[in-house]
Design a protein around this ligand. Structure first.
Ligand SMILES: Nc1ncnc2c1ncn2[C@@H]1O[C@H](COP(=O)(O)OP(=O)(O)OP(=O)(O)O)[C@@H](O)[C@H]1O
Ligand SMILES: [Ca+2]
Length: 563
């Protein structure tokens, strides 16, 4: 027989696989034919699941498995290795609790398995919650994937604070959080029950320090997200969707991962669940042949989460992918800002030049066709050039954009206004004294001057397009050749400009220019590169990270060294 594939949550599959392995060791035993009477599926609030089976000798047996402390509390007996149930002494309870803690501190998810025999099937819906006999304690290892630690580090550098909210035991949660760098020195790790009991004021104080919340209920995740948002934070939640749906829904960005994500994926292509890397590594010695009934306990409890709750579905179930989401999110946002900055400069200058000139001389230097042309190249090609820049690592080293932050930042206004003033001064001088300065005379003087103004205006925009690649940094050329689109756009803009000025005079109201004037246009345009450097030396906004906002909540530090 080939190896069968087990479907279900990683916890379930790990246990079932272990049970099946054990069956191979102990031999398939008699209890298999018991009939299932009732199943209480796993639920994140109770953190346990139960099943009621009727055995052939008339006995009804309840099996229960779930969070170790919770199941242990329901037990008053323990199954010894010889198969006899003996009362659970205080000393034994302590030993078991110690074992649980040792497992948990080793980053293992701990579960207990217990059973209870009854003569009759109980009435009502509830399966008993006391008088159980403890069968086993399990420690399940869910190895932290390679790269998670690095991903958390990148998040921290990017000003994204990673918190862990889990249904697991606090010690398990702490151990895992330490392993992936979520729990740091001075950070707070608490249990959901404690978190729940706090009032609003205490939460305001507690939440900024909170790094790990363990044994949480679905509602706790939701409460945390609501409070973080109230504090003005932008919250992204990742979850496997089944019990995280409320929090995913409440978050600004809901990232469905794990089963919810892969379940969706499974619909597109068949997905091999056996690749899920949970493995059972440790268990205590209190095992008996009762375990053969164990498979009845397994339920395919995973429910496809509502896809509407998530904004992003992480198909590869990998935390590192979230970095990519953030990188591209930032890249797109910044690219749009760059384009808007560039576009606003073009429009402000064109509008003012034409308006002022019309008011004073009754004549606009830039004709309708020229403006249309400017708009076409600047809109289409500019968007293409600036919006297709790929993300870079720099982007993940700046703090995130806050919820209420203006789209056009002060930095952008500085660049827009500075460049516009330069262009307006130059073009204004040319407009009013250009003939004199350029020594133009004769009947053609006016049209030559206007063509020259148009050409200079276009070159100013062209160089400003290069400036717009970087809003804050002086070096605007970094990686300019890695994006071939940008170079292609610049070259084709120049080519179009030559064609329109030199050959399409009748259409665009231009005349061919001498090479001296071409050179002068380019020179004047290129001065905007120097203007940009001067502007960037003018500080406008200090991204003061420690400014408390209205709730007294401090923004997170930007680098790990400040944590
Ligand atoms: N199938 C199951 N049957 C019984 N108990 C379970 C099962 N799965 C998890 N548990 C228990 O419940 C706890 C997890 O609770 P919960 O599902 O609320 O948290 P979670 O952080 O969403 O977990 P997960 O990583 O499974 O998504 C585990 O620590 C374990 O003790
Ligand atoms: Ca879950």
């Amino acid at each position: 027989m080939g190896k069968s594939t087990i479907l279900g949550t990683p916890t379930e599959t790990a246990l079932l696989e272990f049970g099946l392995d054990l069956e191979g060791v102990i031999g398939s035993t008699h209890h298999r034919d018991g009939t299932k009477l009732k199943v209480e599926p796993f639920n994140s609030v109770k953190k346990k699941m139960s099943v009621l089976v009727s055995l052939h000798d008339g006995v009804t047996r309840a099996f229960c498995k779930g969070a170790s402390e919770i199941i242990l509390q329901m037990c008053d007996k323990i199954l010894e290795s010889d198969g006899n149930a003996v009362p659970l002494s205080e000393k034994q309870t302590k030993t078991i609790l110690d074992a649980i803690n040792i497992f948990a501190s080793d980053a293992l998810r701990t579960l207990c398995l217990a059973y209870k025999d009854m003569d009759e099937a109980p009435e009502g819906d509830e399966i008993f919650t006391d008088g159980y006999t403890l069968i086993a304690v399990f420690g399940i290892k869910d190895p932290v994937r390679p790269g998670v630690r690095e991903a958390v580090q990148i998040c921290t550098e990017a000003g994204v604070k990673v918190r862990m909210v889990t249904g697991d035991n606090i010690n398990t949660a702490k151990a895992i959080a330490k392993e992936c760098g979520i729990l740091t020195e001075g950070g707070l790790a608490i249990e959901g029950s404690e978190f729940r009991s706090r009032d609003l004021e205490e939460m305001n104080e507690l939440i900024p320090k909170l790094q790990v919340m363990a044994r949480s209920l679905p509602l706790d995740k939701h409460t945390l997200v609501t409070n973080l948002r109230r504090m003005g934070e932008v919250v992204a939640v990742t979850g496997d969707g089944t019990n995280d749906a409320p929090a995913l829904h409440e978050a600004d960005i809901g990232l469905a991962m794990g089963i919810a994500g892969t379940e969706f994926y499974k619909q597109l292509a068949s997905y091999d669940f056996s690749s899920v890397s949970f493995e059972t590594v440790k268990y205590t010695s209190i095992l008996s042949n009762h375990l053969s009934n164990f498979s009845a306990l397994m339920s395919l409890s995973w429910v496809g989460c509502k896809k509407e709750n998530a904004d992003v579905i992480v198909l590869d179930d990998n935390f590192t992918t979230i970095i990519n989401v953030a990188r591209w999110g930032r890249a797109v946002y910044i690219n749009i800002q760059k384009f808007v900055q560039f576009q606003l400069t073009v429009n402000i200058v064109a509008l003012i030049i034409n308006f002022v000139s019309s008011c004073i001389t009754g004549d606009a230097p830039l004709t309708a066709v020229q403006l249309l042309w400017v708009n076409m190249i600047m809109d289409t090609l500019g968007a293409l050039a600036l919006a297709t820049e790929p993300p870079n690592d720099e982007m993940m080293k700046r703090p995130p954009t806050g919820r209420g932050e203006a789209f056009i930042t002060k930095t952008m206004w500085r660049n827009i206004i500075g460049q516009s003033i330069y262009q307006l001064v130059v073009l204004g001088v040319l407009m009013f004294d250009g003939k004199n300065l350029l020594d133009l005379s004769g009947s053609n003087a006016s049209i030559i001057l206007n063509t020259f103004i148009f050409n200079t205006f276009v070159f100013c925009q062209l160089f400003n397009e290069i400036n717009s690649r970087e809003m804050e940094k002086i070096n605007i050329f970094r990686g300019i050749f890695s994006s071939w689109i940008f170079s292609a756009v610049l070259i084709s803009t120049v080519a179009f400009q030559i064609i329109i000025v030199e050959f399409l005079g009748a259409f665009a109201s231009t005349v061919p220019l001498s090479w001296q004037l071409w050179l002068l246009s380019i020179l004047i345009g290129s001065v905007s590169l120097i203007i940009a450097i001067l502007l960037k030396c003018m500080p406008v906004e200090s991204r003061n990270l420690s400014t408390p906002n209205q709730t007294g909540y401090h923004l997170i530090p930007s680098g790990p060294e400040e944590v």
